[in-house]
Design a protein around this ligand. Structure first.
Ligand code: ADP
Length: 319
């Protein structure tokens, strides 16, 4: 057993068993919408137990992938296989009922009935999930409300919940039954820093037992808590693996310089500028290159944001 060091300060480390079989295997998934947009272009991923970060800008194809895995839309080509605890497997694209029994899904646009209490709605979802035995259903609903820290608010109408509380409720409904795979689509968008942190801690704890596929366009969401990840754009997987390995691969190739606003377009024309941050009103740029780009640049330790933008730039150049 190898333990990942606690990456997020207060967040718990995730224990990973080397050689453990992947929970979800995706092979050459393809999807072109009727309007001609190729949302999934030969997507292959191996998703182990724990948190898996799917990082990409808006329009990358993340939701298309997640909706396909959640059996809400069809792929044109490829396969996806969910491997259960006993080693048996489910064909995700064909055996939809079986997948739905073992899948938890928090969609991007998770709507709730504002006039219903958290407890009543979770109970209702539990019935829909097929939890017919009353006593065990009650126990599960109560246990989940406690797990997501909504026990004290369980009688409150969902319309009175904050964004963070609604997302935690969304996680509770995704955990109903006994999911092997939990899919959460852009869950931290719109949360304030404290709610976001609380929510991510909750996800990290869940990831100790199941595979959690988290889509986000926020690099820090992945840096903080995902032992494995993929970067996606324009329907393609640009990179997959451990964040630390991807960062190490960029070592000694990222350079920093503070420049004037007026000079920024020139630098962008001459170099592969990965990122621009304003410090004291002037842009500090990160540039990718094997050698010092020019006078005044200092080498910096790369981070996941550099990895992310380097991949996006490389894809844009190749196109
Ligand atoms: P992401 O979740 O990464 O933002 P999406 O999967 O939502 O990306 O979208 C991928 C691409 O597919 C985008 O160009 C988007 O406009 C397009 N798209 C998404 N859903 C549909 C649809 N139902 N019909 C046509 N195009 C779609």
């Amino acid at each position: 057993m190898a333990t990942k060091p606690d990456a997020g300060g207060s967040r718990r480390g995730v224990t990973i068993t080397p050689g453990a079989p992947d929970v979800l295997t995706i092979r050459q998934l393809g999807k072109t919408y009727a309007n001609g947009v190729r949302a999934l272009d030969d997507v292959s991923l191996d998703i182990p137990r724990g948190m898996f970060g799917l990082l990409g800008p808006n329009g990358a194809g993340k939701s298309s992938l997640m909706r396909t895995l959640a059996t809400l839309q069809e792929a044109d080509t490829g396969s996806a296989t969910l491997v259960l605890e006993d080693g048996s497997s489910i064909d995700v694209l064909r055996d939809k009922d079986a997948v739905r029994r073992r899948l938890g899904y928090l969609p991007q646009d998770f709507g709730v009935y504002p006039k219903v209490s958290a407890e009543d709605l979770l109970e209702h979802f539990a019935v829909l999930k097929g939890l017919t035995e009353r006593k065990s259903r009650r126990e599960m609903v109560e246990g989940l409300l406690q797990q997501v820290n909504l026990w004290d608010a369980r009688k409150r109408k969902l319309g009175t919940f904050s964004g963070g509380m609604r997302q935690r409720f969304g996680i509770a409904q995704a955990l109903l039954g006994d999911p092997r795979l939990v899919i959460v689509d852009e869950p931290t968008a719109g949360l304030d820093p404290e709610e976001r942190n609380r929510f991510l801690n909750l996800l990290a704890a869940i990831g100790e037992n199941v595979a959690v596929l988290l889509s986000t366009h926020i690099v820090a969401d992945v840096t903080d808590l995902c032992p494995t990840m993929a970067i996606m754009n324009k329907g393609k997987v640009l990179l997959t693996g451990k964040p630390a390995d991807a960062i190490a691969a960029l070592s000694q190739q990222v350079w920093r310089k503070q420049v004037s606003k007026a000079a920024l377009p020139d630098y962008e024309a001459r170099h592969t500028v990965l990122s621009t941050r304003l410090v004291g009103g002037n842009p500090v740029i990160h540039v990718f290159g094997a050698q010092q780009p020019e006078e005044g640049f200092v080498q910096v330790e790369p981070d996941l944001e550099d990895v992310y933008f380097q991949r996006l730039r490389a894809q844009a150049r190749a196109a």
